[in-house]
Design a protein around this ligand. Sequence first.
Ligand SMILES: NC(=O)c1ccc[n+]([C@@H]2O[C@H](COP(=O)([O-])OP(=O)(O)OC[C@H]3O[C@@H](n4cnc5c(N)ncnc54)[C@H](O)[C@@H]3O)[C@@H](O)[C@H]2O)c1
Length: 390
Amino acid sequence: MTSERIGVAVLGFGWMGQAHSRSYARIPMIFADRTYDPRLVVCADTLESRRVEAVESFGFETAVADWQEAIVHPGVDVVCICAPNMLHEEMAKAAAGAGKHVFCEKPVGGTPEETARVEKACRDAGVITGVGYNYRFAPLVQYAKKLIGSGELGTITNYRGRFFSMYGADPLGLLSWRFKIDQAGHGASTDILSHSMDLAMMLNGPITRVVGTGETFIRERPLPKEGGTHYDRGHPDDPTGEVTNEDYFGALAVFANGSRGTFEASRAIIGPESQMAFDIYGTEGALGWNLETMNELQLFLTGDTATGYTTVRAGDRLPYHGNFVPGDANSIGFEDLVTIEDYEYLSAVAAGRKHVAGFDEALEWVSVQAALMRSWESGQWEDVVSIRED
Ligand SMILES: NC(=O)c1ccc[n+]([C@@H]2O[C@H](COP(=O)([O-])OP(=O)(O)OC[C@H]3O[C@@H](n4cnc5c(N)ncnc54)[C@H](O)[C@@H]3O)[C@@H](O)[C@H]2O)c1
């Protein structure tokens, strides 16, 4: 039995707001060792239909249109920010100012400067922070980290990271907030390269130098409809608007351990559907993982008698997997990673300790992103320098 109740406010009830809400609700059914029970106190969304759904289908105690009301609700301990990026800074600062712990979907704001300001505000307020880099929690990614950390792959020589998604490949895909610099901040770099490079730094350590370039391939899109997302489609005769951030970003990187990295992210590519993937190569072995087949890891060890990669299947011998399904090769999915992330974050809040990834890890990525933006402008290699505000 648990005693502590952690009251949660969810701001923004679209894809990720709903995913986190489902996760909080099922933590008691999945993690018997928890020391708390989450309580869905209040949901804030500007769309009435979403507020109704939050209360009637998800079990929130109440739902409001004005997110400021949700933050100051006396039953709220944690604010989970799942609104479009341009709202992250204001919401996170207000939540920290009200003494609430803050979980914010990645990348925390839309630009490196916004992330740095939010990180400082939350550090000054002394609240526990979390950022939605959910792929860190995939059981096979954790296993990869263990193999790399224990030296099984030898000395790491190179890393290949990519996030290729087709969500923006159709020119009739709606001009949702993601395609506007004043609403999302930067494009593919902020949205999906952030995941790829965050994971690279978790697995292979800090990045010290970068060179990069971006491009926008689809420059006009049909105007969005209320509640529409980046997966919705318009019609050829719909009015259109301008895309104001990049579809693609590619980069070369030097890691502090001397290894080299290549990275690509595109939201407008044909072929890979959601290829959030990495390959890492060392002097004794190599491994590769891809979200599209997230229950498999490709592993090559030079000591093996047979040559070639072996497919390692996920199973309950790995961290977290057995909380969802027993045995080997019974699969878990995307939203299970969100549930693990939420369980770990709320466990940190209950224990009063730092959570990883928190806003200081978010800051590590945006410091790299700031260097990439300078490089895109200058056409030169740039050093990564921390943009932490003192
Ligand atoms: N970690 C991941 O894998 C992952 C995946 C998708 C999105 N994200 C992040 O999650 C965040 C949300 O993305 P999404 O895809 O869920 O977006 P979405 O467009 O599906 O949902 C956004 C919601 O916010 C609501 N909203 C807009 N203005 C608001 C306001 N002023 N007050 C309250 N609610 C408001 C909208 O009505 C909508 O319901 C983004 O920061 C995005 O980068 C993370």
